[in-house]
Design a protein around this ligand. Structure first.
Ligand code: PLP
Length: 450
């Protein structure tokens, strides 16, 4: 039912949109016809003019339990009325310790020390700093190099853009952090088009990591390799079978820390708590955010292997600060309350199992788009899927943007696009009818593409 008043009808016409400099947005294009979301519940947004929009992207890959979950809302409301803020520098409050304990219990075995921050970008920068400092406190301070991958997205902090592999995010900002190198990304449509689940070909790309280490860098100078188990933001690039296992083995061989950036893949996206669980490859640190609080309050975290944490404790006298890092809002009470409630919701409602159970149906629906105009690849795992389109010649991104617009305005479906790739990642509560609606909308729009 429509909870908005008739009077809101003209909001898009009367709203002054000039002052908000919008992030990762074509500001002038957007402001010429604003798309406004005004309310949300479960699988749906409601626009300012009262239309219901099926959320095919869980906001921005983050609202895993569905919008405005009553238990999470209540926890935040109660915390806001009880204690708005408390520092966590030389102080504490119960909720942040509860949140860390709950997260450690959900994480792969051995990863049980938690550093909180406010979002994915901060979790990446925090993890990179832990990696550098860890080697140093152990007397291995030559390990200063960081390695990422082409088409990796690790947020927008200086550390994150340095290890990230998206030219647009880097080129205006100089050499953010020196001594960084990148591996190739494993997307190979020529060999792996329309793969369901993990692609067959490409595990050998992981061997290139070792060759690079030996040919270009002394491996003893490398602190950490950071990878997204699935590269989400650049269009759902899946790891070929055996690839992550190889990266793990090479890191072990040379004493390099392996960081999984699970900002997208964490909290049930693949039908397990973390991609690490799904793939059976345990990194040394996991960065996470988004689904950590169901996105209701910003929060990020780095989950760290206990002995990495303990190395800091052993290196400094007991009455000194062991790690010079932290944020005013580390473990903010509202975020901590949202985190505790969210992790409970995931468990109580069995949402990770639900995602795993829905994944085969989602896969069938996704691959039913094969053969439609301009579709050149479809790839999926868990409740994530990428549909790569043939671009309009000379106008990269135009085709996908047009599909996105038509899905929103004509079909009442929110999808996400990156380049000419559609990326879908619905809340884990999606049902079969909604899966049908999502892919039917995209199919109908694709059929009208000129
Ligand atoms: N890392 C990954 C893998 C991401 O997908 C994202 C955001 O999409 C980030 C980091 C950055 O997170 P945030 O936007 O919360 O800073």
């Amino acid at each position: 039912h429509n909870i908005l008043h008739e009077g809101n009808h003209d909001m898009a016409d009367t709203l002054d949109t000039s002052h908000f400099w919008m992030p990762f947005t074509a500001n002038r294009q957007y402001k010429s016809r604003p798309r406004l979301l005004a309310a949300a519940s479960g699988m749906y947004y409601t626009t300012d003019d009262g239309r219901r929009i099926l959320d095919g992207t869980a906001g921005l890959w983050c609202v895993n339990a569905g919008h405005c979950h009553p238990k999470i809302t209540a926890a935040i409301q109660q915390q806001a009325a009880t204690m708005d803020f408390a520092p966590t520098f030389q102080m504490g409050h119960p909720k942040v310790f509860e949140a860390a304990t709950a997260l450690a219990r959900m994480a792969p075995e051995g990863l049980n020390r938690v550093f909180f921050c406010n979002d994915g970008s901060e979790s990446v920068d925090t993890a990179l700093k832990i990696a550098l400092a860890y080697h140093r406190v152990r007397g291995d301070g030559l390990r200063t190099r960081l390695i990422g991958r082409e088409r990796g997205y690790h947020g927008v902090g200086f550390g994150g853009i340095a290890v990230g592999g998206i030219a647009g995010n880097r080129k205006h900002f100089g050499p953010a952090v020196p001594g960084v190198d990148h591996l190739r990304h494993p997307l190979d449509i020529a060999r792996n088009a329309y793969s369901r689940g993990l692609p067959k070909h490409g595990a050998e790309l992981a061997d290139e990591f070792e060759q690079r280490l030996l040919a270009l860098h002394d491996p003893a100078t490398v602190a950490a390799l950071i990878v997204e188990p699935i590269q989400g933001s650049t269009g759902v690039i899946l790891p070929p079978k055996g690839y992550l296992q190889k990266l793990r083995a090479i890191c072990d061989k040379y004493g390099i820390l392996l960081i999984f950036d699970e900002v997208i893949t964490g909290f049930g996206r693949l039908g397990a708590a973390f991609a690490a669980d799904h793939f059976g490859v345990v990194p040394d640190m996991i960065t996470c955010a988004k689904g950590l609080t169901n996105a209701a309050v910003p929060m990020g975290a780095v989950i760290v292997r206990q002995d990495i944490h303990d190395a800091f404790m052993q290196a400094a006298p007991e009455d000194t600060i062991e790690f010079f890092h932290g944020y005013t809002y580390t473990g903010h009470p509202l975020a901590s309350a949202a985190c505790v409630a969210t992790l409970e919701v995931y468990r109580e409602e069995g949402l990770f199992d639900r995602a795993a159970a829905m994944a085969p149906y989602f896969e069938e629906a996704a691959h039913s788009l094969k053969g439609l105009p301009y579709v050149k690849d479809i790839r999926n795992l868990g409740l994530v899927c990428g549909i790569e389109l043939e671009g309009v010649p000379g106008k990269p991104t135009a085709r996908a943007y047009d599909v996105f617009q038509k899905c929103f305005w004509d079909k009442g479906v929110l999808i996400r696009t990156t380049g000419d790739i559609i990326a879908l990642s619905p809340p884990l509560i999606i049902d079969k009818l909604q899966v049908d609606q999502l892919f039917a909308a995209i199919a109908e729009v694709l059929k009208t593409q000129q």
